[in-house]
Design a protein around this ligand. Structure first.
Ligand SMILES: [Fe+2]
Length: 276
């Protein structure tokens, strides 16, 4: 089996590779649909505005799942058009709210999902942690084998591994029930491949950063509603929609920060008890 690969070389070789992560856009069927009271098209547009306004154009953008709230093709058209208008290479992976068939038909324009991105001193691996019909994540034997194969294929570059679900607890009991069920197998694999510098995910709608044995673990805010850190049950947070920037240095170091939309009141239903 071949893994869809994109080679972005030559691009930044001496300066860091600049990567934008934009995740959990949750667009609904119709433009202006709301999620827990927030217009997710409007918040998506404002986060894309952050990318446009950045002093340096990113070398590439990663969209790490839940791009549509219910997998509807019209939502994916707006996702594709929104990211496409930025004029930078962008790559996607599915979240539990996505429908892979519609997503790949529209967002991927019928081509298989790109799994392996090579750019400058870096390899970026895109994994699918979704389980059909389930909210929680699992990589499974096939994805783990794919990761092993891709890591074995290039022995020089530093590696960033992306997926939708969090592989470690983030401190929210209700969300942590949904974390990658076979994360133990993932970490055992990564322990044999020390070139992997970071894991990057969406799903948790909040900023998370931890280092474990030299591996950077990063969760990121959604472009729409935010989940309250430390919450035992579904609870929304006042923080604004946002995204994450990563500077991937040629020597394997990573500088990263979250940027949020400022000065816009998107409004949301603070008492929302669920994800609809
Ligand atoms: Fe999400």
């Amino acid at each position: 089996m071949s893994d869809t690969r994109v080679d972005l070389d030559p691009c930044a070789t001496t300066r860091p590779l600049l990567v934008a992560q934009v995740t959990d856009t949750h667009l609904g069927v119709a433009h202006g649909s709301r999620l827990a009271g927030m217009d997710t098209d409007a918040s998506f547009a404002h986060v894309l505005g952050l990318v446009r306004a950045a002093p340096r154009r990113p070398d590439l953008l990663l969209a790490t799942g839940d791009l549509a709230s219910n997998g509807a093709p019209p939502a994916y058209v707006r996702v594709r058009d929104g990211f496409g208008a930025l004029g930078v290479p962008w790559f996607w992976l599915p979240g539990n709210h996505d429908a892979m068939a519609a997503m790949s038909a529209v967002v991927g324009r019928g081509r298989p999902m790109v799994r392996d991105i090579r750019a400058a001193a870096w390899q970026i691996v895109m994994l699918d942690s979704t389980v059909p019909g389930e909210v929680g994540g699992r990589l499974g034997d096939e994805e783990l084998a794919r990761l092993e194969r891709l890591l074995a294929d290039d022995t020089a570059r530093h590696v960033l591994v992306c997926l939708h679900h969090q592989p470690v607890p983030v401190g929210c009991a209700w969300l942590d029930e949904q974390r990658v069920a076979d994360a133990g197998a993932l970490f055992a694999l990564l322990a044999r491949h020390r070139r992997v510098r970071a894991l990057l995910w969406g799903h948790v709608h909040q900023e998370f950063s931890e280092e474990r044995d030299g591996l950077l673990l990063l969760g990121s805010p959604s472009t729409c509603i935010q989940f309250a850190p430390g919450s035992d049950r579904f609870l929304l947070d006042d923080r604004a929609p946002g995204m994450r920037w990563l500077e991937l240095h040629p020597d394997g170091r990573i500088d990263t920060r979250v940027e949020r939309v400022r000065g816009v009141d998107f409004g949301f239903d603070r008492d929302s008890a669920g994800y609809l």
